[in-house]
Design a protein around this ligand. Structure first.
Ligand SMILES: *Cc1c(COP(=O)(O)O)cnc(C)c1O
Length: 228
C-alpha cells in the first residue's frame, strides 16, 4: 500500500513539475512519518523513500535510534515547532530543520551545533498568512531573523518553509504559495545568497505548491494513511 501510494504521488509530482518546465528530479519528497511506527518507515524506505519528516523531537529521536545503524542512508527532517528546551537534543540527528522561526531558537541551535562541532542545515519558517497562534516568523520580523541566521557560523540557511491556513479548497491557497515563492526569490537576491529549498505543499495541496515554485514537499497521510 505504501509503495503504491509513493508511486502515485511521484507521478503527480512529476505532472505538476512538468507544468512549469521541471521534472520530478527537481523535487524533494519528505515523507511525514509522525505518529506512525517504525515498521511503516521501513516499508517506505524499502520502496526507495529515504527522507522522513517528524514534528516532535522526542518521538523522532526514538525512531532515529532504532533505524540509523540498520539504514545508514536514512535521513530525518524536523518539521514541527521546536521548543527551546529541546535544542540540546538535536545533535546530528536531523539533516534539515524546517521550523526555525525566532531569533532565540536560531541562536540555541547554533550554540549546540557549535558545541557538537557541526553545521546544522536549516530553513526559516514563515507565517505568511499571519495566523495568530501559528508557528513561523511574521514578515515584519523576517529580516531581523535572516540577519541573525546569516551571522550564525554553525547554521547553514538552505531555504524557507511555509504552512498555509486550513482551507476547504486548496486552490484558495494558490496566491499564498505564489507570494511565498516571490519572497524566496527576493530574499536570495537581497542577501546575495543561494538558498536552494522552498518547503511547502502537503497531502492536499502539494501539486499546487509545486506549480507555484515549491521544490520540497512534506507529505504524510497520502503516503501512510490517516493519522489516528
Ligand atoms: C503533519 C505535517 C505535514 C503532513 O501533513 P499531511 O496532510 O499528512 O500530508 C506536513 N508538514 C508539517 C509541518 C506537518 O506537521
Amino acid at each position: 500500500m505504501i509503495c503504491k501510494n509513493l508511486e502515485i504521488i511521484w507521478e503527480k509530482i512529476d505532472k505538476a513539475a512538468n507544468k512549469i518546465g521541471k521534472s520530478k528530479d527537481d523535487i524533494t519528497l519528505v515523507a511525514v512519518s509522525k505518529t506512525f511506527p517504525v515498521d511503516k518507515i521501513i516499508e517506505a524506505y524499502e520502496c526507495g523513500q529515504k527522507i522522513f519528516g517528524e514534528n516532535r523531537v522526542q518521538e523522532a529521536l526514538k525512531k532515529v535510534e532504532v533505524l540509523k545503524d540498520r539504514y545508514p542512508d536514512i535521513k530525518f527532517h524536523l518539521i514541527g515547532h521546536l521548543q527551546s528546551n529541546k535544542a540540546r537534543y538535536l545533535k546530528n540527528n536531523f539533516t534539515l530543520i524546517h521550523s526555525v522561526d525566532r531569533i532565540e531558537i536560531a541562536e540555541l541551535i547554533n550554540k549546540y551545533a557549535k558545541k557538537n562541532n557541526l553545521v546544522q542545515d536549516i530553513l526559516i519558517q514563515v507565517n505568511l498568512a499571519e495566523e495568530p497562534q501559528k508557528s513561523g516568523v511574521l514578515l515584519n520580523d523576517f529580516d531581523k531573523l535572516m540577519e541573525t541566521v546569516l551571522s550564525c557560523e554553525n547554521l547553514k540557511l538552505r531555504g524557507l518553509m511555509m504552512i498555509p491556513p486550513l482551507v476547504e479548497d486548496a486552490e484558495m491557497n494558490r496566491p499564498l504559495f505564489a507570494k511565498m515563492y516571490e519572497l524566496f526569490v527576493k530574499t536570495n537576491d537581497k542577501y546575495n545568497i543561494n538558498m536552494d529549498y522552498l518547503s511547502m505543499g502537503m497531502s492536499d495541496d502539494f501539486e499546487i505548491a509545486i506549480e507555484e515554485g515549491a521544490n520540497m514537499v512534506r507529505i504524510g497521510s497520502a503516503i501512510f494513511g490517516k493519522r489516528g
